[in-house]
Design a protein around this ligand. Structure first.
Ligand code: HEM
Length: 503
């Protein structure tokens, strides 16, 4: 019985994969007939059925750069029967994301992502009126709370004080900063979403934060289901864990939504949940019944809240941990940042957002951290929303696209000695900050990160406060920590410890 089951499964699986490969090949040929003169992007043939999926290795962004040496900056790989366009290097990425912004703004339909998000929220929703309206509304509501503006600074500073206390409690002994960074940056998003911060030892909050970070660890492996949906039918421990994380998120968020429904007052917006619930009421009262208005409901709200938490915490904490690592690896650069901070930020003050104009070296150092760390090396996959041409190649509508942001940040046509950590590259001769067009950690175009302003403010305030208050060093047991990247959902530093001496 079991053997029959496995046989049936294998026959079904192989037939499915073979059919997908033939359909993809046939579609490409048909398209070219429609657009004579264009070519399809080149690329490795890969293995029968699975394509190149097992050739990507632990660091797909590096594998893609190797492939680009052979096939050029624009090429196609086959992932288990799906053709995926890979775009590398500054010129090609800018052409796709900026010059053809709408055409490259779709999100592909991926089995696991679709199951978890129901195609809702901001990150995974496909390009269209619902995504546009939901993203616009969320951003507008967040802006009203001062998101990324001077008036939000107080919320961030409040969290920074707790974070600095936690650094101080380590009493100069080696510690791993992961937990402190994760908890404090999650709390900033919580203050936007739920109008409150949590104590670092609050058990519900700890469970939430642990879930977010566990997801970032196992999410990449579980996402194999996106290309082999059939894996859902097999006992796959990481997938089971993903469902448990989803349950934790749902319990927490729906609890918060319920609580807000019971306590909200007309005309008063304490946070994003209040703003959204009022918007649902408004659209109902006004009898708006278009597709976008119907999408305003509590399920969509849940997905938006969890998108902000997932997208806005791991990215921030990972970047700050890279910042700490680079500062202990390059103590002379740390000393230069501290010298600049001491000359502008007086006494016991914490650095403020307004002071950043007088702190160009500090800002340039953070930019270099973002360029070198490359935490969102490939980012979320895109999809073409119509047939198009990228350089010499024809790209059909609905093609999945990987944008290799990593390759942009090490592109030798844009950066001299790209492997060197050198904040000076972001300073002009007059020692002003230079916004290099090829620095795009937040991506670009229609799908560019909506949290960019908040993230920049938060990174600057956290990073400068840590360095103003502490001298950071390596530990006696590991005087030379590795800069090797650990490939999870984002590229984070391999675990390391640091000592923080009060200044
Ligand atoms: C260092 C911090 C951050 C980095 C490096 C970063 C980077 C990115 C990148 C590369 C994307 C993908 C863009 C694309 O698909 O081309 C993205 C999307 C997104 N980010 Fe961020 N992000 C950061 C912080 C934040 C914060 C603080 C929030 C909100 C609280 C946020 C919310 C989002 C959302 C909602 C999306 C999806 C946008 C869409 O699909 O329309 N991010 N981010």
């Amino acid at each position: 019985m079991l053997i029959l089951g496995v046989q049936t499964f294998l026959i079904f699986f192989l037939t499915f994969m073979l059919t997908m490969s033939v359909v993809q090949w046939w579609r490409g040929r048909q398209m070219l007939k429609k657009y004579p003169g264009y070519k399809l992007p080149p690329g490795p043939r890969g293995f029968p059925l699975v394509g190149s999926i097992f050739s990507l290795g632990r660091n797909p962004h590096l594998t893609f750069m190797e492939m680009a040496k052979k096939y050029g900056d624009v090429f196609t790989i086959n992932l288990a029967g799906q053709n995926v366009l890979v775009v590398n290097g500054f010129e090609a990425v800018r052409e796709a994301l900026v010059k053809q912004s709408t055409i490259f703004a779709g999100r592909p339909h991926l089995a696991l992502t679709q199951e978890l998000t129901e195609g809702q929220g901001i990150v995974s929703a496909d390009y269209g009126s619902i995504w546009r309206e939901q993203r616009r509304f969320t951003l507008q509501t967040l802006r009203n709370f001062g998101f990324g503006k001077q008036s939000f600074e107080g919320n961030i500073q409040e969290e920074i004080v707790h974070m600095l206390d936690a650094f101080g409690e380590t009493t100069c002994k080696p510690f791993n900063a992961n937990h402190i960074m994760e908890t404090s940056v999650s709390n900033v998003v919580c203050s936007i979403n739920f109008g409150q911060r949590f104590q670092y030892d609050d058990p519900c909050f700890r469970k939430l934060v642990q879930s977010i970070y566990r997801f970032s660890e196992i999410g990449t492996n579980a996402s194999a289901v996106n290309y082999f949906p059939i894996l859902r039918r097999l006992p796959f421990p990481e997938l089971k864990e993903v469902y448990e994380i989803e349950k934790t998120m749902k319990d927490f968020m729906y609890g918060m939504i319920e609580n807000h429904k019971n306590t909200k007052k007309p005309g008063i917006n304490r946070d994003l949940i209040d703003g959204y619930l009022h918007e649902i009421d408004r659209r109902k009262q006004e009898g708006l019944n278009d597709e976008a208005s119907r999408s305003f409901n509590e399920v969509y709200l849940y997905h938006t809240l969890s998108d902000l938490l997932f997208a806005g915490t791991e990215t921030m904490s990972s970047t700050l941990r890279w910042g700490i690592l680079y500062m202990i690896k390059f103590p002379h650069i740390q000393a230069k940042v501290q010298e600049e901070l001491d000359s502008v930020v007086l006494g016991d003050e914490l650095p403020s957002w307004r002071q950043r104009n007088k702190l160009p070296y500090t800002e340039a150092t953070l930019m270099e951290v973002q360029r070198m760390a490359n935490i969102t090396a490939i980012g979320f996959p895109h999809k073409t929303t119509e047939d198009t041409q990228l350089f010499d190649y024809f790209v059909p509508k609905d093609t999945s696209v990987f944008i290799n942001l990593y390759s942009v940040h090490v592109d030798p046509t844009q950066w001299s000695k790209p492997d060197e950590f050198n904040p000076e590259r972001f300073l002009t001769e007059e020692k002003k900050v230079y916004n290099h067009p090829a620095l795009m950690p937040f991506s670009a175009g229609k799908r560019a990160c909506p949290g960019e302003n908040l993230a920049k403010m938060q990174l600057f305030l956290f990073f400068s406060a840590i360095l103003k208050k502490f001298r950071l060093t390596t530990t006696p047991s590991n005087p030379n920590p590795s800069l090797e990247k650990h490939y999870a959902i984002s590229l984070c530093p391999s675990p390391f410890e640091v000592c923080a001496y009060p200044r």
